[in-house]
Design a protein around this ligand. Structure first.
Ligand code: AMP
Ligand code: ZN
Length: 307
């Protein structure tokens, strides 16, 4: 097979795009796709400082690589979740990546921040699924780091497969409020929130994996031992089957939702969040979900100690 752009020998075949590329053209096309998404959705400009949340996995490191190469002003943010050797190893990958490219990196270690509660301790104390506690805590520390660092925008490595799976889950349960908010750019609804963007939302997991490989990015291959929500994985598997039967399904699903589906779910007016009485971050009640989680940990620990 020949490269669609330059007719050299192709190394990768993208059925969803009905195209094949050699290494150099693939890298170029991938970057161009990301740049186009950033421009089309007005995610950020070259004058803005972008905080890139990096987990050490292929998506977020590929994102940081692309943004830095495109000349954006980026700083990495790694949140150490305290999930045993998985966290240690992902931390190492992120540090090595940043060091090799001379890019600034901020690290927030949950063991050593605020109440010093990492994910396993919170999950054990509250008997919640680790993923639920983890997602909530990550969001809180992303928000705090972006606000305190004075960054106008926070970028995450969510890709097309992530977005399609989330969309499928929201549709299957008809979560109208979630559907209204599912978009590649989330404008801030509170002075302490910053814009949140997903520049990889139109590139598939396969494409990011190929990009990371071609760019020689050393990322953590193993999945989190807490195995991201089983239902999310089931949705991804179902979408993979649909994609195999009809290439381009995921892209169409997400793009058409954003173009013509989402507007049906947008609520006319949403109450803006208030300030959490405990931590000052935006909240939809007197205390934010993060502080309520910490309260729950304390309560359960106190109850266990007195039992
Ligand atoms: P996940 O929720 O694990 O699928 O990750 C989605 C995105 O969140 C990743 O692409 C990263 O941008 C970001 N992310 C996940 N885990 C971390 C972490 N420990 N530190 C910083 N960013 C993260
Ligand atoms: Zn709070």
């Amino acid at each position: 097979m020949k490269c669609t752009r330059c007719r050299a020998k192709a190394e990768v075949h993208l059925r969803a795009h009905n195209a094949a590329f050699c290494r150099a053209c693939f890298v170029l096309v991938f970057r161009r796709q990301v740049e186009r998404a950033i421009a089309a959705e007005h995610m950020f400009t070259r004058e803005e400082r972008v905080l890139v949340a990096v987990s050490g996995g292929k998506d977020s490191l590929a994102l940081w690589d692309v943004l830095a190469d495109l000349g954006y002003d980026t700083t990495g943010l790694y949140v150490g979740l305290g999930i045993g050797t998985y966290s240690d190893r992902s931390h190492e990958k992120v540090v090595a990546f940043a060091r090799a490219r001379g890019l600034p990196l901020r690290v927030v270690d949950l063991d050593a921040t605020g109440p010093g509660l990492a994910v396993p301790a919170v999950a054990a104390a509250t008997r919640r699924a680790a993923c639920a506690a983890c997602g909530l805590m990550k969001r809180h520390y992303f928000d705090v780091a972006a606000f305190e660092g004075g960054f106008p925008v926070l970028a995450t490595g969510h890709n097309l497969d992530d977005e399609a799976a989330r969309l499928l889950g929201n549709v299957l349960a008809w979560r109208r409020d979630h559907l209204a908010r599912q978009q590649p750019v989330l404008p801030p609804t509170h002075p302490r929130f910053v814009r949140k963007v997903k520049p990889l939302y139109l590139v598939s997991e396969y494409e990011t994996a190929v990009y990371a490989f071609m760019r020689g990015i050393d990322y953590i291959v193993e999945e989190c031992p807490n195995a991201a929500g089983a239902t999310q994985l089931a949705y991804k598997a179902a979408l993979d089957r649909l994609e195999a039967a009809s290439p381009g399904t995921k892209l169409r699903f997400v793009k058409e939702f954003l173009r013509s589906g989402r507007q049906a779910f947008v609520a006319p007016e949403e109450q803006p969040p208030q300030a959490c009485v405990r931590c000052g971050m935006p909240s939809y009640g007197p205390t934010c979900a993060f502080c309520r989680l910490l309260d729950e940990v304390e309560r359960r620990r106190a109850a266990a100690a007195s039992a």
